[in-house]
Ligand binder design. Sequence first.
Ligand code: PLP
Length: 459
Amino acid sequence: MELPFAESYRIKMVENIRKSTREEREQWIREAKYNLFNLKSDYVFIDMLTDSGTGAMSDQQWAALMLGDESYGGARSYYNMKEAIKEILGFDYFLPTHQGRAAENVLYSTIIKEGDILPGNSHFDTTKGHIEYRRAIPIDCTIDEASDTQLEIPFKGNVDPFKLEAVLKKYPAEKIPCVILTVTNNTAGGQPVSMQNIREVSALCKKYGVALQIDSARFAENAYFIKMREKGYADKTIKQIVKEMFGYADIMTMSSKKDAIVNMGGFVAFKNEALWKKAQMFCIMNEGFITYGGMSGRDMNALAQGLHEGTEFDYLETRIKQVEYLGARLDGYGIPYQRPVGGHAIFVDAKKILTNVPKEEFIAQTLGIELYLEAGVRGVEIGAMLADRDPVTRENRYPKLELLRLAVSRRTYTNNHMDVVAAALKNVYDRRDTITRGYRIVNEFPIMRHFTVELEPAH
Ligand SMILES: *Cc1c(COP(=O)(O)O)cnc(C)c1O
C-alpha cells in the first residue's frame, strides 16, 4: 500500500500547555476587554493568533545560537547572515533589524516623502501603517478574484497588472518610491503570487522606472506553491525558484519570524549599494550599528541557519500539508474559508457564518471570541477592526471580507491539535444562528488600533 504522509522531523523538546473551563475563559476574555491580543498566553490552549516568531527552532538552530559572535562591529554572525542572504536570496547588501516592521521603518525613512504613492498587493498592516504614518498612500492592486472566498484559483495573491499600470501611468515616477509585492499575500489569505505575475510586475516597474520591493515574510511558502502549481516549475528546487523570484526585485524586507523560523529578527536588503548606504543612517538611529542592527549575534546565526532550513522542500511540504489537513477537516463540516488553503493559515469566512451580526459590530472579531470561549483556541480578526479608519475622513472602513485567521505555527502543533480546532469551530458553526450581536469599541489608538483596542458586548 502507499505509505501515508508523515512529518519530516521528530520532537526533541516539549512545552506543556493547559486546558481551561468555559467559565474561566468567560472571565479572562472579559478582563482582556474582548481583545484576543490582550489574553495571557497561559489562558490559551491552542494559539493560532499568529505564525510570527512562534515556530520551533531546530537542533541545528539552537546549536548555531551557541556559536553566536556578539562583537559590536563585524561579528562572524553578521557574515554568516550575509552569506546566507547572498546564497539563497541573491542580495549583496543588507541591514539586520529587530523584526519586519523595523526593516520597513529603515527602508521607508530612506525612500518615502509625504504624498508618495505605493502600489502593491494587499499591503500588510504594519506596512500600511508605516506608509500612512508618513502621509503617503498605499494603493491595493490585488486581483478582484481574491475577495471571492469560494473561488479556487492557484495564485489568488497576484497583482492585477492593469490596476498597477493605471497607477504607474497616473503618477510621475518621482512620486512612487517603489511597488510593494507581498509574498505570500498575507492579507488576502496567505495566497501565493505566481512567477509569471512577479515577472509582469517587474516588467511594469522597469517600463515606468520604479523600484520593486518584495515584502518577503513568507517567500519560501510562495516558492513551494510555485513549484506545486505553476507550469514549468515542478522539477525546480525551492532554492532555484527563490533565486528566480528575487532576481526580479531591487529591494526586499523580511520578517524573519516567519519563513526563517526564528523567534525574533528581520532585515532589509538591497541590490543597489548607494541606497544601502543611504539607509544605514536610519538603521544606526533606530536599530543599531550596521553589522547587528536590531539583532544579537546568536540570533543572526539562527536566522542564517533558518533561511537554509526554511527553503528545504521536505520542511515546506510538512508545513503546508498541516494547513491543508486543517482545511480538509473544515471541509468535512461545511465551514467556509478562503479557498484554496493558503500557506500559513486558514482564513475562515466569518461573514458567511455569522450572518446575523451587523458589520458595525465586528463580525470576524465576534467569531474569534466565540471560538476562544468554545475551546481556548485563539485566532485573529482580519476585518473591519484591522482595516481601521480612513486616515483623512476618520470613518470606519468596512472591507469586503471579514475573516478569522487561524495561523499555524511552524513545527509546533500536531494534527491532533488541528482536530480540536476544527471540532471547536464546528460547535460554533452549529449554533451560528443564535449569535446575533457583536462588540463595540470603548477605546482605540489613532493608528493600528487592533493590537490594543478595548471592546464591550454590543447588547
Ligand atoms: C509579519 C509581516 C510583516 C511585519 O513583520 P514583523 O516581524 O511582525 O514586524 C510585514 N509584512 C508581512 C507580509 C508580514 O507577514
